[in-house]
Design a protein around this ligand. Structure first.
Ligand code: ATP
Length: 234
C-alpha cells in the first residue's frame, strides 16, 4: 500500500475538524476525496503533509510512519502537494517559479524534466518569461502543478484543482491526470466537481462534517443515487 491514513483526528486550535478519518491508497491508483465546501478535504491533505498534523491516528507512506514529520521531510520522501490556493510567486517569472520547485531527485533520471513539463503545459513555455502574477487563474493552476512536478514526486496530492476554472482548462487538467495515471503515478485528488472526479478517478471516498461517509469504486458510486443525493448534490 502506498498511503495509509488510520483514524486521524485533526484540529484547528480547539475546533475538532477530522474525526477518525481513514484512507487507503494503492500504488498507481487515482483516488478522489469528494465532499462539500468545508467538509474536511483540505484539512485531510494538510494532515497528510504535516502542515496541520493530526493529534491522534497515523499516517503511513510506503510502510513508513510520517505522522507529524515536518512538511519538507514528507515532500522529500516523494509526496508532492498542490494546494488549493495556488501559492505561486507573483514577482518571479514562470521559469523562476519552476526553478524554485526543483529539488535534487532521488531518482537518477527524474521523470519530470523542464522539457517534459513544457510539453505537458505548452502555455508555460510560451509564458516562461512572464511574471507569475500576470497569469490567469487557470495558468496559475498549471504553474502550481508544474512546480510540484519539478520535485519529481511519486505521489501527488491535488487539492480541488478544477475549482473556478474554465472548461477548457479543466480539460487540460483531466488530460494531465490521464497521462500521469498511465505512467503509474499515485494520486489523491480532492474535488467538489463530481463530474470531473468520476471521470478520472478509480475509487472514491466521501467526507462530510469531518468523517468518511462512503468508500467505494466509481462504478458503485455512480449507481448509488441515495449517497449522491445526500452528499454530492447531484
Ligand atoms: P473547501 O472547499 O472549503 O476547501 P474542504 O472540504 O477542503 O472545503 P476544509 O478546508 O478542510 O474543507 O475545512 C474543514 C472545516 O475546518 C471547515 O468547517 C472550516 O471552516 C474549518 N477550518 C478550515 N480552516 C480553518 C482554520 N484555519 N481555522 C479554523 N477552522 C478552519
Amino acid at each position: 500500500m502506498e498511503l495509509f491514513v488510520e483514524n486521524i483526528n485533526t484540529y484547528y486550535g480547539l475546533s475538532h475538524i477530522l474525526f477518525d478519518v481513514s484512507l487507503q491508497i494503492n500504488q498507481g491508483e487515482v483516488v478522489v476525496l469528494l465532499g462539500r465546501n468545508g467538509a474536511g478535504k483540505t484539512t485531510t491533505m494538510l494532515s497528510i503533509m504535516g502542515i496541520n498534523p493530526p493529534k491522534s491516528g497515523k499516517v503511513m507512506y510506503r510502510n513508513k510512519e510520517i505522522t507529524r514529520r515536518s512538511p519538507y521531510k514528507i515532500a522529500r520522501l516523494g509526496i508532492g502537494f498542490v494546494p488549493e490556493d495556488r501559492r505561486i510567486f507573483p514577482d518571479l517569472t514562470v521559469y523562476g517559479n519552476l526553478d524554485v520547485g526543483r529539488r535534487p531527485s532521488k531518482n537518477k533520471t527524474p521523470k519530470w524534466t523542464l522539457e517534459r513539463i513544457y510539453q505537458m503545459f505548452p502555455i508555460l513555455k510560451d509564458f516562461s518569461n512572464r511574471h507569475g502574477g500576470t497569469l490567469s487563474g487557470g495558468e496559475q493552476q498549471m504553474l502550481t502543478i508544474a512546480r510540484t512536478l519539478m520535485g519529481d514526486p511519486d505521489f501527488l496530492l491535488l487539492d480541488e484543482p478544477s475549482e473556478g476554472l474554465a472548461p477548457i482548462i479543466v480539460k487540460v487538467l483531466g488530460d494531465f491526470i490521464e497521462v500521469i495515471k498511465k505512467e503509474g503515478m499515485t494520486v489523491l485528488l480532492s474535488e467538489q466537481n463530481t463530474k470531473f472526479a468520476l471521470k478520472h478517478a478509480d475509487r472514491a471516498y466521501i467526507v462530510d462534517n469531518g468523517s468518511i461517509k462512503y468508500e467505494g469504486s466509481i462504478a458503485d458510486l455512480e449507481q448509488n443515487e441515495e449517497i449522491k443525493k445526500r452528499y454530492l448534490a447531484v
